[in-house]
Each structure stands twice: as structure tokens, then as C-alpha cells.
Write a protein that binds this ligand. Structure first.
Ligand code: NAP
Length: 349
């Protein structure tokens, strides 16, 4: 099969580097184009980028010339990791010019005609695309993936949706890598917890309702659950941990709830999409797991790990969930979105 050429908007940044690494040796996609600001444009990727991930910069990308983030010579499919201050205009310009923009930025996530996708949970939300094109009059499209802590919460809640989710209280312990580079000052975070991440709680609350909502012909009806998030930055390098209490109208038994988590599967697994984990949710029996250092990177960082399901005296059940914030919470999520779109024929011109 001839590979599909892809580009990255914001390729020199932290998330852009995760895209570069995640796309290395991808069976369907070949990275042929990298874009960044005019500070980097005209330089080779190796010269424009301070490579901050473990291991060496993948050699095929090192000699690519960085372009300005303007549509023109970029491939039809572009992943977006541009700075949020410029992502709105850049992504819209690419969609207007006929590109498929698979974005990791927050800018378009909550727009009513833009899918906010977790392919195992809401592949049907891709039906917003024809509406988006019609309303905006563009031949391209924008699809987004959730915030890095929202994806962990929703992957753990998705299997419980058939039990009728009515209330959720989620508390995060979020890794440093989620703050980008250089992130939080070492003097602030060493041996400490920072109980505030700007805008994060609102994003988790609203995005969760949209992702777990139902497509109703021309819109997504948000999940009618009340969701309350507390977000904290902790001195962990990779992996967001979320403790969750949930109220469920069907009042399942603990065994039924664990069976739903264990047995959960979705379209990416049925279609064997290249980046799909074999099991999107992995339930761990050990009373002290999951843990970010030991578990976040398993399954190529694409699964959510859940443990410690038990009764909650305030709501019905409580548990802990974990996911890799820069893989399933960023680059890996967007690549899986593009794989889902390809499997639906949405990347055909
Ligand atoms: P970053 O390291 O600061 O990288 C920003 C990228 O945007 C760089 O490639 C930069 O290019 C480019 N850029 C800046 N100004 C531009 C302009 N005027 N025109 C075109 N490109 C421009 O940021 P990041 O941490 O990777 O985050 C990127 C996006 O992902 C943000 O929207 C962020 O909210 C989102 N996000 C980040 C994380 C995370 O873990 N860090 C997680 C989820 C989502 P130059 O190198 O040329 O300046």
C-alpha cells in the first residue's frame, strides 16, 4: 500500500516532537512536511528544533525543511500542534484550503460542528463533518482530540455509560510533561503539589459531557451528568492519574462494573487500526496500581489503566484511572483519530 503523506503544524514544539516520534515507521502515514513559525521556517528540522524527547531525533525528519504554517504545498492530511495563540487562524486556513486538520489544540474542541473524538467512545461524532463543511463552506475539515486529563477520565467512564452516569467527581494528579517545555519551575514543583492548572477543570467538565454525548442528527447532545473536576500538578514526569467517584442510575454490582471495564472494546479494535491498543481499558487487580511510572507507557501509551473499583460512601463507586498524557493525551490520540477517519474513507479527496 502506498503510504499517505502527512504534515505537522507546530512540528518543532513539544507536542510536535511527540507527533514526529509517534509517526515514525507508521504503516499508513509518512511524514513528509513540517511547519512551524517564521522563526523556524527555512531551516532544516534538525537546526530549528531542540529535540527534548528520549532517544535521537528520527533521521528521516532531520533533513526536512521547516515551512511556514500556510496552506499551499503541505499534504492534505496535517496534524496540528501549533501554539494555542495561533491555532484558530492556522487550522481554519488549512481546512478552508481543503486540508484535513487533525488537531491537538484546544481551540476548536467545543465548537458545535467539530468532532471531539475518542475513537473507542464516539466514532459516530464524525457525522458532524458534512455539517461542518456545509456551514463553513470549506472543502477540508477539522477534527480534535481531548485535553490530556479528559481522555483518561472519559476512557474510564465510557464503559460505564450503559449504567446511566449521573454524577462524577474527578481529581487529577497531572504529570509535568503536560505543561510542555520548560513547564513548571523546579523550585515550585519539587517535593510539592500545585492545586491549580489554569482552565483545566472547565475543560475536563465540558469536554467529558461532549465526548460522552450522543449524536442527534445535526448536533451532539452532551451527557446530562454533572461533572466536577479538581486538577493538580504533581512531580511525575509522564502519566496523568485521576481518582474518580461516580453515581450510576442503574446501580450495577461491583462485579458488573469491573466486567464492563474489562470487556470494553470499540471500533478501533474491531478494525484493528494500527495505533489501537488491543484493549482500550486495562483493569488492574493489584491494590496499589495503576501507577504512572510503572504503567503509563505500557501498550505504547495508548491504553487507559483502571484499578481499585470499590464502593463510594458519597456517590456509588470510586476508582483510579491512569493514561499517558503526551501519547494517548496528545499525539497518539490524534494519529488514532486520523486512522479512524481513513477507515471511514474520510481522507479520500
Ligand atoms: P510548544 O512547545 O510551545 O510548541 C509550539 C509550536 O507552535 C512550535 O512548533 C512553534 O514553532 C509553533 N508556533 C508558535 N507560534 C507560531 C506561529 N505564529 N505560526 C506557526 N507556528 C507557530 O507548545 P506545545 O507544548 O507543543 O503545545 C502545542 C499545542 O498543543 C498547544 O495548543 C497546547 O495547548 C496543546 N497541548 C499541549 C500538551 C502538552 O503536553 N504540552 C498537551 C495537550 C495539548 P517555533 O518552534 O518556530 O516557535
Amino acid at each position: 500500500m502506498r503510504k499517505i503523506e502527512v504534515g505537522i503544524l507546530g512540528a518543532t514544539g513539544m507536542v510536535g516532537q511527540h507527533f514526529v516520534r509517534f509517526l515514525q515507521d507508521h504503516p499508513w502515514f509518512e511524514l513528509t512536511w513540517v511547519g512551524a513559525s517564521d522563526r523556524s521556517a527555512g531551516k532544516k528540522y534538525r537546526d530549528a528544533t531542540s529535540w527534548r524527547l528520549d532517544g535521537a531525533m528520527p533521521s528521516p525528519v532531520a533533513d526536512l525543511m521547516v515551512e511556514e504554517c500556510k496552506p499551499g504545498n503541505a499534504p492534505r492530511l496535517v496534524f496540528s500542534a501549533t501554539d494555542a495563540s495561533v491555532a484558530t487562524e492556522i487550522e481554519q486556513a488549512f481546512a478552508q484550503a481543503g486540508h484535513v486538520v487533525v488537531s491537538n489544540s484546544r481551540n476548536h474542541r467545543m465548537e458545535t460542528d467539530v468532532p471531539l473524538l475518542v475513537p473507542e467512545l464516539n466514532p459516530g461524532h464524525l457525522q458532524l463533518i458534512p455539517l461542518q463543511r456545509q456551514r463553513r463552506g470549506w472543502s477540508g475539515q477539522i477534527v480534535t482530540n481531548p485535553n490530556c486529563s479528559t481522555v483518561v477520565l472519559t476512557m474510564a467512564l465510557g464503559p460505564l455509560k450503559p449504567f446511566g452516569i449521573t454524577r462524577v467527581i474527578a481529581t487529577t494528579m497531572q504529570a509535568l510533561s503536560g505543561a510542555g517545555y520548560p513547564g513548571v519551575a523546579s523550585m515550585d514543583i519539587t517535593a510539592n503539589v500545585i492545586p491549580f492548572i489554569g482552565g483545566e477543570e472547565e475543560k475536563m467538565q465540558q469536554e467529558t459531557q461532549k465526548i460522552l454525548g450522543d449524536f442527534r442528527g445535526d448536533r451532539v447532545e452532551p451527557l446530562a451528568a454533572r461533572v466536577s473536576a479538581h486538577c493538580n500538578r504533581v512531580p511525575v514526569v509522564d502519566g496523568h492519574t485521576v481518582t474518580v467517584s461516580v453515581e450510576l442510575s442503574a446501580k450495577p454490582s461491583e462485579q458488573e462494573l469491573i466486567a464492563a471495564l474489562r470487556g470494553f472494546t470499540g471500533v478501533p479494535q474491531e478494525r484493528q487500526l494500527p495505533s489501537a491498543p488491543a484493549h482500550p481499558v486495562i483493569y488492574m487487580e493489584e491494590s496499589n496500581r495503576p501507577q504512572p511510572r510503572r504503567d503509563a507507557g505500557r501498550e505504547r501509551g495508548m491504553a487507559a489503566f483502571v484499578g481499585r473499583v470499590r464502593e463510594c460512601p458519597a456517590l456509588d463507586y470510586k476508582f483510579v484511572a491512569l493514561g499517558h498524557n503526551t501519547i494517548r493525551g496528545a499525539a497518539g490520540a490524534a494519529v488514532l483519530n486520523a486512522e479512524l477517519m481513513h477507515s471511514e474513507g474520510l481522507l479520500d479527496s
